[in-house]
Design a protein around this ligand. Structure first.
Ligand code: BGC
Ligand code: CA
Length: 271
């Protein structure tokens, strides 16, 4: 059969099939045309099935997605609630801490004011003690003992060597013993020394060698700040040659030539 004949035959068969369908007659399905229609029908059924399946799959995906989303949402909601609870807890804790800190601050302020009053009390006690200290010292309580053969008076130790020499030699000797030539600071000291010195004569640590009539104590004590016990008419700088002071046989002061050989008195602080 030629191609043209085949086509015409198929057209004819299709026409007949449609005619039969319109008339309510059963189509004749035998032959090549019947097979082709059955195939088409099957393909259509398969496509329809696939469409239904894909629709069902999409629906399933949608359902799964929705369920999943709602689960996530409820989880987030729960977390939000938890967070809110934590925030409110934190807020209440925060105010508790603030209260505690305020209490601590008040307590500290009280302690500070107590400490301040304690400090002023201690200061008052200290000043009372400080005012009592000189008297205690006068009573000989705090001094270190004087070296052997040295006499004590108040805060000083005194040494009366038996050797004699000029004023500069005497000065050096005292210095070698960690002391200085006697410096008389007040009446009491003058009286004490006089009792031990009379009737012998001793060098004391007073001179105007640097400048005439400008008397200087050896330890730097200001001459004008101390009482003076010059013998009557002294210092007279006899023969313009007397620059060193000494205790005379009555314990009074006289200026004399510095190269004169005399005994001397050393003094050092006992504290
Ligand atoms: C004088 C003193 C003098 C002394 C010298 C005395 O007679 O009165 O002023 O220093 O002699 O040795
Ligand atoms: Ca003199």
């Amino acid at each position: 059969m030629s191609e043209q004949n085949l086509y015409e035959n198929s057209e004819y068969q299709l026409k007949e099939y449609k005619q039969r369908r319109t008339n309510g007659q059963k189509p004749v399905e035998d032959g090549a045309a019947g097979t082709s229609i059955a195939k088409k029908k099957k393909v259509q059924q398969i496509i329809f099935g696939l469409l239904v399946l894909s629709l069902l799959f999409s629906l399933l995906c949608l359902i799964i997605g929705t369920v999943k989303n709602s689960m996530i949402y409820s989880e987030m909601k729960e977390q939000q609630h938890k967070l809110m609870m934590e925030i409110s807890q934190f807020k209440s804790n925060d105010s508790a801490i603030y209260r505690e800190m305020k209490e601590l601050q008040d307590k500290l302020m009280m302690e500070i004011s107590q400490l301040k009053s304690n400090v002023s009390e201690v200061q008052r006690a200290q000043s009372i003690l400080a005012s009592k200290l000189p008297k205690l010292k006068m009573n000989n309580h705090f001094w270190t003992p004087c070296p052997k053969n040295w006499a004590r008076f108040n805060q000083s130790c005194y040494y009366f060597p038996s050797s004699s020499g000029n004023w500069h030699f005497a000065k050096q000797e005292c210095s070698m013993l960690g002391s200085h030539l006697l410096v008389i600071n007040n009446n009491a000291e003058q009286i004490f020394i006089k009792k031990l010195s009379v009737p012998k004569m001793y060098w004391i640590g007073l001179s105007d060698s640097a400048k005439e009539r400008h008397w200087q104590w050896e330890d730097g004590t200001e001459y004008d700040s101390t009482p003076h016990f010059w013998a009557s008419g002294e210092p007279n700088d006899a023969f313009n040659n007397e620059d060193c002071a000494h205790l005379d046989d009555k314990g009074q002061w006289n200026d004399i030539n510095c190269s004169t050989k005399l005994n001397w008195i050393c003094e050092k602080n006992s504290v």
